[in-house]
Design a protein around this ligand. Structure first.
Ligand SMILES: *[C@@H]1O[C@H](CO)[C@@H](O)[C@H](O)[C@H]1NC(C)=O
Ligand SMILES: *[C@@H]1O[C@H](CO)[C@@H](O)[C@H](O)[C@H]1NC(C)=O
Ligand SMILES: *[C@@H]1O[C@H](CO)[C@@H](O)[C@H](O)[C@H]1NC(C)=O
Ligand SMILES: [Zn+2]
Length: 513
């Protein structure tokens, strides 16, 4: 693809710079060199090399008029959703006309998502906890656990619970069921009225974050729910105009009512079955791939086992399982360097196991944690999860540009997990300005009270990109999500064709409205 070819680009930039510099020397007024400088920056920016057709230009003008209105208003009132915490900004975002355009826009793919944080938690409360045989128990740490079982289970020593109670019975005894359901929902998300007070530091918010996964585990790993959850996730993203997903999945054991347990192979097959079923009724949906993940808090011997498991799954399901990644709080987990022996196993065996490492999701520059970014690249990561620190590493930046390795930017996640508070100050602003390869994703939208991909697109478009980001930025981001997916080249072509069709329709609709 000629557009965005990094080396051609650098040459072009160099040429433009020469023009600007020679112009500066001879200028009598500042207007022309200023225009030249702006044009140069505009071409360097993400999407800056895209040429819009007449109708797209018209839509771009409309979009930018609306965007300018919202920005101008915000500059007056100083109420600007991307500068506020998402929990407090969400209702304002939903009123934004820009946001409502972004929702309709075909966004391509979501490449950075986690298995059980992508369906609105409301559905878990209103649908899943109302199913028969659902048991609940209350722990001493003010958390809850769930288990589906034929007969009320006895408490195991390993469990923190006092006793299991049928949820139906709890509800019968509850005076105000709405209130009870709301309290369940509060256990399922990080959303609070006062996030700055509740989450005093990164460790506090990460600990609550990881608790949520343990809370909902008994719900989502019940086989019938497991299937429905996958189906719902496809639905929610499809409704948000996303047509392909790559999902980081832990593939924990899945259980049946009678206590039968299913393994990782079963889980992958189930993902495939559900997607095949979904595609039957949503023929333009491309599909999903799974990135098998383990927790980075585990030591090298355990990660060795999971790397072997990843190789095994990749060999058995080459079209479904894309590769391997490590998840969890980077600051407190093992570094890639500490785990290098495990992570070098595939290459030593001559086995191609693609990596999709989370790396550089930290504020601690220059520490061993921050070096994860270097090691991810050295270990040939296909994409970089977050890469929040990338702008602080010029050599890695140059390498990722040359090798066309994108970062997966998840603005709301970075804010909620306290890496940055005002999204205008997100370090990716700089990278967007120079056209670094990137995609936008939403990480764990359901835990953050978001949905699909549009909220993160809004933050990226309004906050990170600022007034400079336009329709070309958006188009490039959507095209990037296809280009940097792990689909085969022929599959990407098909995807691009169906996306272009939708894009044309979106442009036509926008142009006539
Ligand atoms: C939950 O949703 C499924 C469809 O996804 C539906 O068949 C079922 O009846 C719902 N159950 C409850 C308790 O709402
Ligand atoms: C139950 O609680 C909700 C939320 O607090 C409240 O709006 C509602 O009026 C209550 N219903 C009853 C019957 O008390
Ligand atoms: C990464 O790729 C390079 C070049 O293909 C290769 O020499 C090296 O062994 C690879 N390293 C790993 C860990 O896969
Ligand atoms: Zn993630």
């Amino acid at each position: 693809m000629a557009v965005g070819n990094p080396s051609g680009w650098l040459a072009l930039n160099f040429l433009l710079l020469a023009v600007v510099v020679s112009f500066l020397g001879s200028a009598l007024s500042i207007d022309e060199p200023r225009t030249h400088m702006l044009r140069k920056e505009s071409m360097m920016r993400l999407g800056g090399q895209l040429v819009l057709d007449t109708q797209e230009e018209k839509v771009n003008e409309k979009l930018m008029t609306i965007k300018r209105e919202e920005m101008t208003e915000a500059m007056k009132t100083l109420v600007f959703p991307p500068s506020m915490h998402f929990f407090q900004a969400k209702h304002l975002i939903e009123k934004s006309r820009v946001f409502n355009i972004l929702r309709k826009m075909p966004k391509g793919a979501a490449l950075h998502l986690h298995d059980f944080s992508i369906v609105s938690m409301d559905w878990l409360v209103k649908n899943v906890t109302y199913r028969p045989h659902c048991h609940i128990c209350f722990t001493t740490r003010d958390t809850v656990q769930f288990k589906f079982a034929d007969r009320t289970p006895t408490t195991l020593k390993s469990e923190e619970c006092s006793k299991w109670i049928l949820l139906e019975d709890v509800r019968k005894r509850t005076k105000n069921v709405t209130e009870f359901d709301d309290s369940l929902l509060r256990h399922f998300t990080l959303v609070t009225k006062d996030p700055e007070v509740t989450y005093t530091d990164q460790n506090v918010v990460w600990s609550r974050f990881e608790n949520i996964f343990s809370t909902i585990s008994g719900l989502v790993h019940y086989a019938p729910v497991y299937r429905d959850y996958i189906f719902r996730s496809l639905e929610e993203f499809y409704e948000d105009n996303v047509f392909y997903m790559e999902i980081r999945a832990m593939l924990f054991p899945v259980y049946e009512l009678n206590g039968e347990i299913h393994d990782k192979e079963w889980a992958v097959k189930t993902y495939k079955e559900v997607v095949d079923m979904f595609v039957k009724t949503h023929p333009e949906f491309i599909g999903i791939k799974i990135i098998y993940t383990d927790h980075r808090s585990k030591d090298v011997s355990l990660i060795t086992e999971s790397v072997h498991k990843a190789m095994d799954l990749r060999a058995k399901f080459p079209r479904m399982v894309a590769g391997f990644d490590l998840v969890g709080h980077e600051d407190t987990g093992h570094t890639l360097f500490e785990l290098r022996e495990a992570l070098m196993i595939p290459v030593k065996h001559g086995f191609k196991l693609p990596y999709f490492f989370h790396a550089g999701e930290t504020d601690w520059q220059g520490t061993s944690i921050d070096r994860n970014l270097l090691d991810a690249i050295i270990l040939n990561t296909t994409r970089i999860g977050h890469g929040f620190t990338l702008s602080k590493h010029p050599a890695v930046m140059a390498y990722s540009l040359r090798k066309d390795i994108p970062i997966e930017v998840c603005p709301i996640s970075n804010q909620v997990l306290k890496l940055v508070s005002d999204l205008r100050n997100h370090p990716v602003s700089t990278l967007m300005a120079i056209g670094q390869p990137m995609v936008i994703s939403s990480d764990d939208p359901a835990v953050f009270g978001a949905k699909g991909l549009s909220y993160d697109f809004y933050e990226a478009f309004m906050g990170i990109g600022g007034m400079s980001a336009d329709l070309r930025t958006l188009k490039q981001l959507a095209m990037n999500s296809i280009r940097y997916s792990f689909l085969s080249e022929p599959e990407k072509k098909i995807f691009m064709t169906t996306w272009e069709k939708r894009w044309k329709k979106f442009i036509a609709d926008m142009a006539t409205k």
